[in-house]
Design a protein around this ligand. Sequence first.
Ligand SMILES: [Zn+2]
Length: 175
Amino acid sequence: MVKKTDQYYKKILSDIQYQVTRCSATETPFSGKYCAHNEKGIYHCICCDSPLFSSKEKFLSSCGWPSFSAAILDDSINILQDHSHGMNREEARCTSCDAHLGHRFADGPPPAGIRYCINSVSIAFKHSPKKQSAIFNPILGYKDYIIISRYKNYLLSKDNAINIILLMTSVYITE
Ligand SMILES: [Zn+2]
């Protein structure tokens, strides 16, 4: 897990971003910029830039916050039991930096029935990089692409499958 000081987060975050992600506050419903946002891309943690949700799993709900039916990777979100405010809820935190993101509820769409209810201020949207996904889609799943995206400069100089697969093997060992 990424360990940073409160001073660091106060410096890089706006006041509302800090209050939500580091102090578990909640933004006002229907106020967030990603509530009705429907472009294709990835939502990253505002604190540590880890990819958390894909637009593929985003759905419109009437709850007032951005809603997702799944995390981008099984282990990208850490679920904790939250008994605050007289309720029993599942709190969703970024696995990498422990940022509070929102909550997870069991009233999402089928088949999983999951709804991640996420504060807009805790995430940052980035468009899918079209050039790279065109190279990798025939070989890799999209989630695998996310893992290796940090090696994009190296990968872009290698355009055959063998090199990419060999590199992926080393990525999984060193991650
Ligand atoms: Zn994070």
